[in-house]
Write a protein that binds this ligand. Structure first.
Ligand code: RTP
Ligand code: MG
Length: 147
């Protein structure tokens, strides 16, 4: 194993699930050559969402973000591959789906709906530390499962 083999936590958020875009997102991840190491569908509970989004507590979009994320089923995925954290962030595109470049998940499939929070289809961990922290929240049995 080389140091660049990484795991990242991807979430197809409730908007992506409700719009039937889960398969399209997973297709892009697989087409890029990353591995789907674990996957489950659940409506996220507020307690774990508060842990997941702790860095955003107090920001104007925090409460709408937790409400949105708790609003319905989402798909949680551990994605594996060399430099998968940066690679998935590139696939996802910019946070604001209006500004996200065409060719990215958010740029191709997302838009601004005029809501208090950006509904932007996917989440991807932003560092190795975040990835391991987030995997520990949503996949407690997979904490040291990197193959
Ligand atoms: P993510 O964590 O979901 O992968 O997205 P990100 O790093 O690109 O964005 P981040 O700054 O971590 O924000 C987390 C999520 O909060 C929502 N958000 N809405 N002003 C807004 O309306 C706003 N700002 C952030 C988005 O759903 C974003 O993905
Ligand atoms: Mg983030």
């Amino acid at each position: 194993m080389t140091a660049s083999l990484e795991r990242t936590l991807v979430i197809v958020k409730p908007d992506g699930y409700a719009r039937g875009l889960t398969g399209e997102v997973l297709r892009r991840i697989e087409a890029k050559g990353y591995t789907l190491a674990a996957l489950h569908v659940t409506t996220p509970d507020r307690e774990r969402l508060a842990q997941h989004y702790a860095e955003h507590e107090g920001k104007p979009f925090y409460e709408p973000l937790v409400d949105f994320m708790a609003s319905g089923p989402a798909t949680f995925v551990i994605v594996e591959g060399h430099r998968a954290i940066e690679g998935f962030r590139a696939l996802a595109g910019a946070t604001d789906p209006t500004a996200a470049l065409p060719g990215t998940i958010r740029g191709d499939l997302g838009r601004d709906w005029g809501l208090k929070v950006q509904q932007n289809i996917v989440h991807g961990s932003d560092s190795t530390e975040s990835a391991e922290r987030e995997i520990g929240i949503w996949f407690p049995d997979e904490v040291s499962a990197l193959r």
